[in-house]
Every structure is written in structure tokens, then in C-alpha cells.
Design a protein around this ligand. Structure first.
Ligand code: DC
Length: 237
């Protein structure tokens, strides 16, 4: 039996990256955390990084509608990545604004800063830098399509709009999710989309335990296939 050599692009990440994209309130965060914990990988919430920039702009008086000003602020702010108990955080001047980034004011501001091309470039570089913390589960909107397009592990989570709205309300947040998804999908820079090669997971009617188990099965199967292909390749060499 002959086994073909696994394709290794020169941009293959030095660590395993599980990309978890999807619509708002589709269960990305819960699933990503569960999968990261089960595999012992670090968890990265990229939405929190965009939220942190939105909060920083509001705090420092940068006009979120001024594309140039937001791009400049993003180039100049003093940030550092840190792994806190398995969760990678973006600190600004050494501070993680955990509560501030979840306010209604920050949520309303974030789509504006997230649509700025210079911001997306900066975030992409910073998010790729996270592999220095080892294997990762990274959740967002453009991870499989733009940040780590070369990863083999891509998932796109979605659920019925009615269920997603119910989940948000249960969290005490009333939000027009359809409007936010539309804005995320229609922006020119790195829009929300199903990445090429992604496994689509419909979380409607499933508990996070059920859907994360499906995701884990798929990852473990693929990890097994990759390890088997590498073993066969080294035996044949
Ligand atoms: O996942 P979240 O709701 O915390 O994300 C906040 C906003 O950031 C959301 O409107 C979409 C945007 N975002 C993005 O454009 N790209 C990402 N990789 C992650 C989030």
C-alpha cells in the first residue's frame, strides 16, 4: 500500500489550530471552551480582541466612525498577549477590560472598528502570533477563511435565528442578531462566511455538550488520520 505524502504548505502553522467561526449566539464560545478544555489547547476569543479595541477607542476619545483614526489607534496602542489559565487575552497597558468589553455601548461600537481594513490586518497578525502559546482553539468570524486558512480543522457553527435570540435573551441581552450578522457578512474586509473546507455544525436543539462532542469526534478522527499518514510516510522514507 502506498500513502501519498500529506500536503504541507509552507504556511502550515507550527501548532494545531482549531478554527471555530459562526454567527452570533450560535454557541461558538461555549463549544470552543469545551473543546479547548477537552484537548488541553489554549482558547482564544478573537471577538474579545475587537471588543477591546472598541472599548479603547471609546475610552480615549477616538471617533469610531473615523477609519483613519481607528487604524492609527490600533497601530499605536500598547498591547501584550498573555495566557491566563488556558485563555489567551489581549492586555492594553497591562489591563484586561473583562467587564467593559461586554457593555451595550462597546457592543454597538465594535462592528465599526471591526470593519476597518488596517484593524483586520493588525488583528490577523496578532492572532497568528498566538501559536506561541501552543495548540489553539480560536473562535471568531474569519479564522478559517482569513487568519488560519491553512488549518485542516475548521468548523462553522450556526443555529436557527429564533433559538439564537432566545439564548441571548436568557443571557439578559436584547439584540438584533439578524442585523449584526448581516453587517458582519456584508463588510468588505474579511466578512463572515463559511470557510472553504469547514464542517458546518447546526447547534439548534443541541446542548453544548452534545455539539462539542461531535466536534471533538471529528477533530480526533482527523488527528488520527494525520498521525497515521505521517507514520506511513516516515516508514516509507
Ligand atoms: O464574538 P463577539 O460577539 O464577541 O464579536 C464581537 C464583534 O467582533 C462582532 O460584531 C464581530 C466582530 N468579530 C470579527 O469581525 N471578527 C472576528 N474574528 C471576531 C469578531
Amino acid at each position: 500500500m502506498t500513502t501519498s505524502k500529506p500536503k504541507q504548505s509552507p504556511r502550515t502553522p507550527p501548532a494545531i489550530v482549531v478554527a471555530m467561526d459562526g454567527t452570533s449566539a450560535s454557541g461558538k464560545s461555549t463549544n470552543a471552551r469545551l473543546v479547548a478544555k477537552a484537548l488541553g489547547y489554549a482558547y482564544v476569543d478573537t471577538g474579545a480582541m475587537y471588543r477591546t479595541l472598541a472599548w479603547y477607542c471609546l475610552k480615549t476619545g477616538v471617533d469610531i466612525h473615523d477609519v483613519r483614526a481607528v487604524g492609527t489607534a490600533c497601530r499605536r496602542w500598547k498591547t501584550r498577549l498573555a495566557n491566563v489559565d488556558g485563555s489567551v487575552r489581549l492586555l492594553v497597558d497591562g489591563y484586561y477590560p473583562e467587564r467593559e468589553i461586554r457593555t451595550a455601548e462597546t457592543s454597538a461600537a465594535v462592528p465599526h472598528v471591526a470593519a476597518v481594513p488596517k484593524v483586520r490586518d493588525w488583528m490577523r497578525d496578532k492572532q497568528r502570533e498566538c501559536v506561541r502559546f501552543g495548540d489553539l482553539v480560536m473562535e471568531g468570524r474569519d479564522i478559517g477563511s482569513n487568519v488560519f486558512p491553512e488549518t485542516e480543522f475548521k468548523f462553522y457553527l450556526d443555529a436557527a435565528l429564533s433559538e439564537r435570540s432566545r439564548r441571548r435573551s436568557a443571557d439578559g441581552i436584547e439584540e438584533d442578531l439578524a442585523k449584526r450578522d448581516k453587517r458582519d457578512s456584508e463588510r468588505a474586509a474579511a466578512p463572515l462566511m463559511v470557510p472553504l473546507g469547514a464542517t458546518v455544525v447546526d447547534t439548534s436543539g443541541h446542548t453544548p455538550q452534545e455539539s462539542s462532542e461531535l466536534i471533538l469526534e471529528s477533530i480526533r478522527r482527523r488527528l488520527g488520520d494525520t498521525a497515521a499518514a505521517r507514520t506511513a510516510d516516515s516508514t516509507a522514507a
